[in-house]
Design a protein around this ligand. Structure first.
Ligand code: AMP
Ligand code: MG
Length: 406
């Protein structure tokens, strides 16, 4: 059986082979704000940044050679942020200057106000001054025309600020991949409906939709299909109109697990149908009629884990963004742990950050991969490598934070 790392590589490789360049659309900066949109075109600096030699401090613009411990200069004026800088020649004078104001030609340093004493127009200095001190030179952050945001960048708050700084009011972004979500199972009813005694509500459709949105895609809800070939085929066909198709359930070994056979009849090519992980072992990845298809096991925690491991990278790549690595963090195991060898475990777990101490994680008690309640208590997955069996408290262990709640 392949490892989850191999499975992720296979997904990346096959999505690459589809050569599906994302469609683009124009998005206003305010619309793009905080949405994690992926930039589809480079953005360049419209002028130098900073556009002028900029003072980093409130203080005095000086010639460094004239401002030393014990020297006194005459303050001959001031420069506020936004001012056109006056002429400056030094020769025993200095100019009061504010943070963000242009340093005048002729001055080669700014002395912080904290290192001066003022009496009328006389300014006395208490330290030596280095040339260029507290001056941020023109163009040192970016030159006019230089790329400041590359295509493929994810528009977080810093990236939005960068676009705003250079006046990029309209952004060319990738259209978020449309991700069809189809749950399967005779026992499933819509969550707003009262289930019969042996039926269960469809929670996977909504959890997957939330995960799709968090990963940067647009969920397209196809409801659910009963475990019957004709209905599966019909609804899978609808799903194949979108950029990605996600199925939940129907990929295990049961008599009514028909997803793989129906996909095969529809011409799917399978790249894996089992991964050495727990939960989530029966995860399926195929391409069908040119579209990536994921068959995720139906138990809710398995669905959640396999989405994060295999579907999220596909959404990255189909948005024109690089595939994000799994954000592992190393923490200290708070309680002894015993797991079966041979699989990588992704256990619902809780990490705590005690004051002035290293973060500590403990696996939550759970009833297996159907236990949504355990996931509600979890703020991370504890990742247990396949060769580990008994892990004593105090061991450094990797976790993956649940990005939606931490
Ligand atoms: P399956 O992978 O089809 O064998 O499903 C395994 C178990 O997952 C089922 O017995 C259900 O309890 C549960 N399950 C399947 N689909 C869903 C769903 N859409 N929402 C919530 N639970 C589900
Ligand atoms: Mg089923």
């Amino acid at each position: 059986m392949i490892t989850y790392e191999q499975a992720r590589s296979i997904v990346a490789e096959q999505i690459g082979n589809l050569h599906a360049a994302p469609a683009t659309e124009t998005v206003s900066l305010s619309e793009a704000s905080g949405s994690g949109r992926i930039l589809a075109r480079d953005i360049t600096a419209d002028r130098d940044y900073p556009p002028f030699d900029r003072s980093a401090r409130d203080g005095y613009a000086v010639r460094a050679a004239e401002a030393f411990a014990g020297s006194t200069l005459v303050c001959s004026g001031e420069i506020k942020a936004g001012d056109v800088p006056p002429a400056f020649s030094g020769h025993g004078t200095c100019l009061q200057i504010m943070t963000g104001a242009p340093v005048p030609r002729g001055a080669d340093a700014v002395v912080m106000i904290e290192y001066t004493q003022r009496d009328g127009n006389a300014v006395q200095f208490s330290r030596t001054t280095e040339v260029a001190q507290n001056v941020i030179p023109q163009a040192c952050e970016a030159k006019h025309g230089q790329i400041v945001l590359r295509a493929g960048s994810r528009m977080g708050y810093a990236e939005i600020a960068q676009a705003a700084q250079v006046g990029a009011a309209q952004l060319t972004c990738a259209r978020p991949p449309r991700v069809a979500i189809l749950s399967t199972g005779d026992e499933i009813v819509p969550y707003a409906q009262t289930p019969g005694p042996f039926q269960i509500r469809n929670s996977n459709a909504v959890s997957l939709a939330a995960q799709v949105r968090a990963a940067g895609g647009t969920p397209v809800l196809l409801g659910h299909a009963v475990d019957r070939e004709a209905e599966l085929q019909e609804k899978i066909s609808l799903g194949l109109r979108e950029d990605i198709l996600l199925l939940s359930g129907g990929v295990s070994m049961g008599k009514y697990d028909l997803v793989e056979s129906v996909l095969r009849e529809m011409g799917a090519k399978f790249f894996f149908d089992a991964v050495a992980i727990r939960p989530g072992k029966p995860a399926v990845f195929a391409t069908c009629q040119g579209k990536p298809v994921f068959g995720l096991p139906g138990n809710p925690v398995s669905t959640m884990v396999t989405f994060e491991l295999f579907v999220a990278p596909a959404i990255d790549l189909l948005s024109g963004a690089p595939m994000r690595p799994l954000p592992f963090v190393e923490v200290i195991l708070g309680e002894d742990l015993r797991e079966k060898r041979g699989m990588t475990h992704f256990l619902p777990a809780h990490v705590e950050w005690p004051a002035n101490a290293v973060a500590k994680v403990r696996a939550l008690r759970w009833q297996g991969s159907g236990d949504i309640g355990a996931m509600v208590q979890a703020n991370c997955f504890l990742v247990v490598a396949p060769e580990l069996e008994h892990v004593p408290a105090g061991t450094r262990m990797p976790i993956i934070l649940r990005r939606d709640v931490v």
